[in-house]
Structure formats: C-alpha cells, structure tokens
Design a binder for this molecule. Structure first.
Ligand code: FAD
Length: 487
C-alpha cells in the first residue's frame, strides 16, 4: 500500500482476515498485536489520521492503576498496560518521564481517606504508595496553596506522549504488513451468517472481513448496534484542560492529584512531556459526540480550581486550552464482549485510562479471539520496532545534538522557534510511513506551532512545507522519489 491509498481512492484490499474499526490508541495497539501473526489485518479509521479522536486530547498520564476499582477488568488491564507501555516506550523512543505523583488531602475527610486509598492501591497490585505529612507534601510541591493536610505519594505515575504512542503502534502494524485505511468510515455492517465473511460498507467501498474488532471509541456502541446488539450507550464526558507556558514548568515537577470522587479522578496539575504545565480536566456529560470545543463555564471552573490548588500558577501565561471526550457508559467498567458466532469483538467504554491500558487491551483481545477460534500462527520473522522521533523534553531533541547537526544541517535550522522544531524534523515527518494529513497532524508529530506564539511567527512557513508534502502525497508533481511512498 502506498501513502495515497492509505487515505484516498478505492480501497487497496477487498478482504482481510481481521478488520479493526477505529484508529485510536486502542485500535492501533490491537492492529499492531494482530499483525505479528500470519493474518491479513486492516485498521479502518474514519478520520484522515490515526490518533485524531480522544487519543489526541487527554491528560497523558501513564497510570499505575493505584486508584482503579479493584477486581475490574480496567484495574487489571491498566496495571498490565502500564508495564507493557513503559517497556515499549523505551524500545521505540516514545517520550516518557517517571515524575511520580502526590495526591493531596485538603480536608480532614480527605486525610482520613488516605489509608483506604493506600489499601486500594495494594489491592490493585501497587504496593509503593506512602502516606506523608503536610511538611513532606510542601517539600515535594512548594508552590501548592496553603492548607494541605497530608498526602499519598505514588512514585511510579508517569507522563507520556500520547501522540507518539498511537503513531508508534500504527507504524509498527504497517511495517508488519497491516493495511491502514484512513478516511474510511464504517457506515453499515452485514453481520456474517455461518462461515461467510462480515461485510463492512465504508465511505470508500466494501470491505469483507473474517473477523471484526470494534475499537471505535465514542462510536463503539453505534458499531455494536450495527451488529445487532444493545449492551451499552456511550455518553461523551468532556474534559477541558489549560496548558501553561514553559516558564511555569519549574513550579511543578510531579503530578499533583486530588482525592478521587465518584465522578472520576478530578482536576490535577501535571507537568507535560513537552515542558509545560497542565491544569484539568473537567468532567461534564454531553450529548454531542463530536463537540470538542472548550467553554466559558469550563474555564471558570478550572480557574477557580487552579486558584485553590496553586495560585502562583494562575499568574503564568496560558498558551493553549483543549477538550477531549471520554467514552463513558452507564457501566463502571470496560465493555468487552466477544461473539464467537459473529466472529466479532467489541472493546468499548474505554473512558479515562485507555492510553495506559491499550497494549494490555490488545493482549486481552488476542486471548479472546484465539479462544474463539481465530488462528494465531506467529510470523517467523518480524521487523524491528520503529524508532520514533523524540518530541519530549526528557531526552535531547535534534536541535541540541551537535552530532546530528554535523551530519545533516537541516537539524540545526529552526522553523518553529518557540518549540525549537527544525527543518529536518518537519521533512522527516512528511516522509514518514504515516505522514500527517494536516497542520494538526504535523503538530502531533513534531510540536510545530504548539508553542507560546501558537503559529503567529512560523505558521506560514510550516504550512508551506506541509502543503508541499501533501501535494507530493497526491502525486501532483509526479515526483515519485520524494513521495515518501512506503510499502
Ligand atoms: C480529558 C481526558 C483525559 C484523559 N486522560 C488520560 C490519561 O491521563 N491516561 C490515560 O491512560 N487515559 C486518559 N484518557 C483516556 C484515553 O484518552 C482514552 O481511553 C483513549 O484515548 C481511548 O482510545 P480509543 O482508541 O478507544 O478511542 P479513540 O481515540 O476515540 O479512537 C476511536 C477511533 O474510532 C474512530 N471511529 C469511530 N467510529 C468509526 C467508524 N464508524 N468507522 C471508522 N472509524 C470510526 C474514530 O474516528 C476514532 O479515531 C483521558 C481521556 C480524556 C477525554
């Protein structure tokens, strides 16, 4: 498949052994795992890029699972997913930093809840939480507002790059031979009868599949309905966040958590892997599954929370705000069901922890599919995992590497000055196995335009380079050598 067929024109394949619907972090992880076996696999995504739904707009924490509900599937998969992703990140260069977290008690009631939370963590298999007094809390987070009574430390909570994670999974799936079908919305399903294939009617034509995995996130209940089920309803739960300027970064060097409530994990303050500080998220049930706009009410709520938690933070500049939609359901756990007769698996209701759990969800999915009769013969050889470009602050970026610049001066030529993104990185992203489809996709691959000027200074230059790259993907200049066509 070339990059053009990835996004445009008729589908490059008529039938696959397994179709995975949804190219978010969960679907990409599943496609990656399946493509290690002698199977034809297609990752079918409605949008023009992978990781362009909920997977791009979250709090980006690699959770230990200390606060999950013990005994749930979510608890098990978050714990396992955390281990798997931490290891995979090291192999592939996904930016990750083990900052640790401190959960802060502000009232006597919250203070009294800490031993219970430590016991719950142990029940979830996480034994390293420690209850600390107020003095220790302020030693760890000096900028905290006055009034903290104590805390619980969680030394292994980490921050991670959610964008590189999904891209790494999809890139590896592709290198193992999977089809990546972007701009391909599943609009209708003819479930199988007997041994016949499932027929997926998509916006780019018909695709037949022996087995189907539904990882459609906010749309997973709709796809489940097309298979004739009514097991859960997704209610988008909006989470809004503020991103503070890099000058605020020295103020917080670990994740600062509230005591969780029945509504979720609550509003936190966290460093980001890109060197900023974030405050959020809110939690508000909505009707519209596509509305990721931010709101005046959300801003007011976050400002009030921020003022109570860390007033000094509010004196820093906010460089961006965004919102993501959790795929919440009426149930308290992931919604995973396998129908052996339909050769169909749904991975739904993966709401607040899917970035962490994705690799374990994929592992679990393979187990269920194998038990139901999907033949899993491991491929004799597999390509090495991809080495992803580093867009995090934990390791040297290209502009800091004299060796790289000496080899290729494009890594010494800045295009986006706020984020220090170089010509070489933009060129590489445009020629990568899954090139960006738009400016937002280029931002997710390089950090271009996500700095304090938000593209005011370099926007035109970055856009010019992107347009040239997209034109090459369309083959408009007929220059096949530079099209970056892979596979
Ligand atoms: C505010 C917020 C904060 C969060 N913080 C964290 C965190 O700190 N740590 C953590 O681990 N998790 C966190 N999460 C949760 C995490 O982001 C999600 O669990 C995860 O991204 C879900 O991935 P997914 O692949 O299931 O869904 P998505 O990323 O939404 O992917 C589903 C894909 O399916 C596609 N699709 C839908 N319908 C169709 C169709 N008919 N045909 C083809 N394609 C279709 C969509 O376009 C989409 O790309 C947070 C979520 C939010 C909203």
């Amino acid at each position: 498949m070339n990059t053009r067929q990835m996004r445009y024109g008729p589908l490059p394949v008529e039938r696959v052994d397994v179709a995975v619907i949804g190219g978010g972090v969960v679907g990409a992880a599943v496609a990656r795992a399946l493509s290690a076996y002698e199977l034809s696999v297609a990752l079918v995504e409605a949008r023009a890029d992978v990781g362009d739904g909920t997977s791009k707009a979250n709090t980006a924490i690699l959770h230990t699972g200390f606060d999950a509900k013990p005994g749930t599937l979510e608890s098990r998969l978050v714990r396992r997913g955390c281990e798997l992703l931490a290891d995979y990140a090291t192999k592939t260069g996904i930016p990750v930093e083990r900052t640790g977290a401190v959960l802060v008690a502000w009232t006597e009631e919250e203070l009294a809840a800490l031993p219970g939370l430590a016991a719950k963590a142990a029940e979830n298999g996480y034994e390293r939480c420690e209850i600390v007094d107020a003095e220790e809390v302020y030693r760890q987070v000096p900028a905290l507002a006055p009034g903290a009574l104590g805390g619980l430390t969680v030394p292994d909570e980490s921050i991670i790059c959610p964008w590189t994670t999904t891209l790494a999974f999809a890139t590896e799936a592709l290198s193992r031979g999977a089809y990546l079908l972007l701009n391909t919305r599943v609009e209708g399903v003819e479930p199988p009868s007997g041994t016949a294939d499932t027929v997926l009617r998509t916006s780019r034509g018909t695709l037949r599949a022996g087995w189907v995995v539904n990882a459609a996130g906010l749309g997973s209940d709709v796809i489940d309905g097309l298979f004739g089920h009514k097991r859960f309803t997704v209610t988008p739960r909006r989470g809004e966040l503020f991103v503070f300027d890099k000058l605020a970064r020295p103020m917080v060097n670990r994740i600062v958590l509230p005591v969780p409530s029945s509504r979720g994990k609550g509003v936190l303050v966290s460093p980001t892997i890109y060197g900023n500080i974030m405050l959020g998220p809110t939690a508000e049930d909505r009707d519209d599954r596509t509305d990721t706009s931010t709101s005046e009410d959300g801003f007011a709520f976050l400002l009030e929370k921020g003022r109570k938690l860390m007033p000094a933070l509010l004196e820093e500049e906010v460089t961006a705000s965004y919102a993501g939609l959790r795929a919440a359901t009426e149930h308290g756990d992931y919604q995973v069901f396998l129908d052996a007769g339909q050769r169909y698996l749904v991975l739904g209701g993966i709401r607040s922890t899917g970035l962490t759990s994705a690799m374990a969800v994929a592992e679990h999915a393979l187990g269920l599919l194998g038990e139901a009769g999907l033949r899993l013969d491991a491929k004799a050889t597999l390509p090495d995992p991809p080495r992803m470009p580093n867009i995090g602050e934990a390791f040297p970026r290209p502009y800091e590497r004299a060796d790289l610049i000496a080899e290729d001066p494009a890594y010494g030529t800045a295009v986006c000055f706020c984020e220090r993104v170089t010509e070489g990185e933009i060129r590489d992203a445009l020629a990568s196995p899954i090139p960006p489809a738009d400016i937002d996709g280029l931002r997710r691959r390089t950090r271009a335009l996500m700095g304090r000027c938000q593209g005011f200074f370099c926007g035109a230059e970055v856009e010019k380079r992107l347009c040239a790259g997209v034109a090459r993907e369309h083959g408009e200049n007929g220059d096949t050598e530079k099209t970056g066509e892979a596979q």
